[in-house]
Structure formats: structure tokens, C-alpha cells
Design a protein around this ligand. Structure first.
Ligand code: HEC
Ligand code: HEC
Length: 269
């Protein structure tokens, strides 16, 4: 075979390549299995097999099965139950139910009032909590509720709110939002700065803190709107209810209250 002067013969070149490849493989194996793991804090030199297993991410006893005699590695000893999806809900609700025995006389056994007191069944928990705290602090006044709320701790308020939220709501919400609804409820009156009730009280949207009004006793709704209008009730942050009710006529207040109440008494069907 004729070779150019100064060039490496083809056979030698192939041998050199193979040697270089083997050297590179050994070097990278040493680096990957020994050198790199050895820099880690929990490295213990337990031989090549251990290092290989470690680098590959498998157990050292891999393959030896239960014969290893070690306790199997469990990631937790917590037993998950479906009820735990709502953390601590059941005992909070349970304590709330007991406390609510003091409220049934006026707010009904199932949170549905038979008089003109508000329904609490299915009311948003944050609404009940806010109103009770407002009664307690004097932000909202009521001869009865102020006295009762002053006797409640924050934990008890949270328990009552959680309990009432679990009770079924009055089901009077309309299934469509067409022309049959009072205009104030549906579109409000922009000229008088009255926003549509359904934009905050549910139907289209619910603003945090806006109570569920469906099925409330009509007289209660009329009273609250009048109390906002006169400023006697002033615990609406941002004054939104005071501003809107001031712009409403007595006939309009009657109309929207009738719409939300629909039934003056719950049907219990
Ligand atoms: C003696 C009757 C009576 C009892 C007992 C009573 N309430 Fe009331 N509650 C009322 C009346 C009346 C109102 C409306 C007061 C107002 O005009 O602000 C009211 C209002 C409320 C409101 C405001 C609801 C809303 O939609 O704004 C909440 C919350 C409430 N009560 C919770 C309770 C809880 C919880 C208990 C038991 C610890 C209780 N009440 C016991 C009569 C009572
Ligand atoms: C911008 C949002 C918003 C709009 C629009 C709105 N409300 Fe309210 N409303 C609230 C909030 C928030 C509260 C609770 C205030 C508080 O914290 O006491 C409330 C409270 C009430 C209450 C007292 C309920 C109770 O259980 O204490 C009545 C009644 C009421 N609104 C009726 C209406 C009517 C009727 C309309 C339409 C004409 C309307 N609201 C429009 C936000 C709104």
C-alpha cells in the first residue's frame, strides 16, 4: 500500500481511534459514576456497583426483592380519606351546627326563616362572617343581633358561617335573564348610577361580600334597602348599596324586593 510521506497509515489510524474511544468511555464512566457522585454530600464509597446503581437512580438492593429484610420505603404514613379534601370542614361545621341551635328560633331550623328575619341557609360564608363581625363591632346595628354577636368569638363566627353555608339555599333563581326581569335587576340604570343587581348578587356575577338574596323575605329586603337609603345601615364598604338605594324610588324598592323574594314564605318542598 502506497502512503504519502508524513501521513499516518490507515490501519494505525483506525487503532488510534479505537483506543481513544475506549479511553473516553472509561473516563466518562469514572466521571459519571465515581467523581460526580463523590462530590455530593451524602456520598459513601461502597464499591463500584453501589456507585453505578446510585448514578442510575436505582436502589442498591435492586433485584434482591423482599429478601433485603429492610422496611419498605413509604413516602407517608398519612391515610387519605375523601372527607379530608375539605380540611377540617366536618368538625368546624359540626361545632357550627351546635352553636346554630341558638339561632333557629328566628332564622329557622334549616336556616330558612318563617318570619321577616333573613334566611341564612346557603348564604356565602364570608357574608355571614362579615355581618356577624359588623354587628359585633357596631358597624351594623340591630338590637337583637348586636347583643348576640358580642357573645361570639371569631372561631365561633367561622363555625357558624361554615355550617350555614352547607345548608340548601332557597331555589328561586330565574333560569334566564330576559326582559321578564325588572330592569334594575337586569341592566340597572346607568343615568342614575345604579348597577344591575345581578352583576353583584349572583346571576351574572357575584361580588365578594354581596349576599345571596334569592328567596329572602320581601319585608326584610325592603327594610334593608330603606336602611341603606336613609344611612341607618352603613356597613357597605365603598357605599355602593347606600348610593344605589338613595337613587331608587319606593316603588322600585318594592319591585326589586318582590322579585328577589318571589315567595314571602319558603315552601319546604
Ligand atoms: C331573636 C331573633 C334572632 C335570633 C335568636 C338570631 N337572630 Fe340573626 N337576625 C335577626 C334579625 C331580626 C336580623 C335582621 C337584623 C337587621 O335588620 O339588621 C338578623 C340578622 C342576622 C344576620 C344578617 C344576615 C344578612 O343577610 O345580612 C346574620 C348573619 C345573623 N342574623 C346570624 C345569626 C346567628 C348566627 C344567630 C345565632 C347565634 C342569630 N342570628 C340569632 C334575628 C335573630
Ligand atoms: C356593586 C355591587 C352591588 C350591586 C350592583 C348591588 N349590590 Fe346589593 N349589596 C352589595 C354588597 C357588597 C352588599 C353587602 C354589604 C355589606 O357588607 O353589608 C349588598 C347588600 C345588599 C342587601 C342587604 C342584604 C342582606 O342580606 O343584608 C340588599 C337587600 C341588596 N344589596 C339589594 C340590592 C339590589 C336590589 C340591587 C340592585 C338594585 C343591588 N343590591 C345591587 C353589592 C351590590
Amino acid at each position: 500500500m502506497k502512503t504519502e510521506p508524513g501521513s499516518v497509515p490507515a490501519g494505525r489510524l483506525a487503532r488510534l481511534c479505537i483506543i481513544a474511544l475506549i479511553a473516553l468511555t472509561l473516563l466518562s464512566a469514572a466521571a459519571g459514576f465515581l467523581w460526580l457522585p463523590s462530590v455530593q454530600a451524602d456520598f459513601a464509597a461502597r464499591g463500584l456497583w453501589d456507585s453505578i446503581c446510585r448514578a442510575a437512580g436505582v436502589s442498591r438492593d435492586w433485584g434482591s426483592g423482599a429478601a433485603s429484610g429492610q422496611t419498605p420505603r413509604v413516602s407517608t404514613n398519612v391515610v387519605l380519606l375523601p372527607e379530608m379534601m375539605r380540611p377540617a370542614a366536618s368538625d368546624v361545621v359540626g361545632r357550627g351546627a351546635t352553636l346554630a341551635l341558638n339561632c333557629t328560633m328566628c332564622h329557622g331550623a334549616q336556616g330558612m326563616s318563617r318570619s321577616d328575619t333573613p334566611n341564612l341557609a346557603g348564604q356565602y360564608p364570608e357574608v355571614i362572617a362579615k355581618q356577624l363581625k359588623d354587628y359585633k363591632s357596631g358597624q351594623r346595628s340591630s338590637a337583637i343581633m348586636s347583643v348576640l354577636a358580642r357573645g361570639l368569638s371569631d372561631a365561633q363566627i367561622a363555625e357558624l358561617s361554615a355550617y350555614y353555608a352547607t345548608l340548601p339555599k332557597a331555589r328561586t333563581a330565574p333560569t334566564s335573564y330576559d326582559e321578564s326581569l325588572p330592569a334594575l335587576v337586569r341592566v340597572g340604570d346607568p343615568m342614575r348610577n345604579i348597577a344591575p343587581c345581578i352583576a353583584c348578587h349572583g346571576g351574572v356575577d357575584q361580588k365578594l361580600g354581596a349576599p345571596w338574596l334569592e328567596g329572602m323575605p320581601k319585608q326584610y329586603l325592603v327594610d334593608q334597602l330603606n336602611h341603606f337609603k336613609s344611612g341607618m345601615r352603613s356597613n357597605d364598604s365603598g357605599q355602593q348599596m347606600r348610593n344605589m338605594s338613595r337613587a331608587m324610588t319606593a316603588a322600585e324598592i318594592d319591585q326589586v324586593a318582590l322579585f328577589y323574594a318571589r315567595k314571602t314564605k319558603p315552601s319546604f318542598d
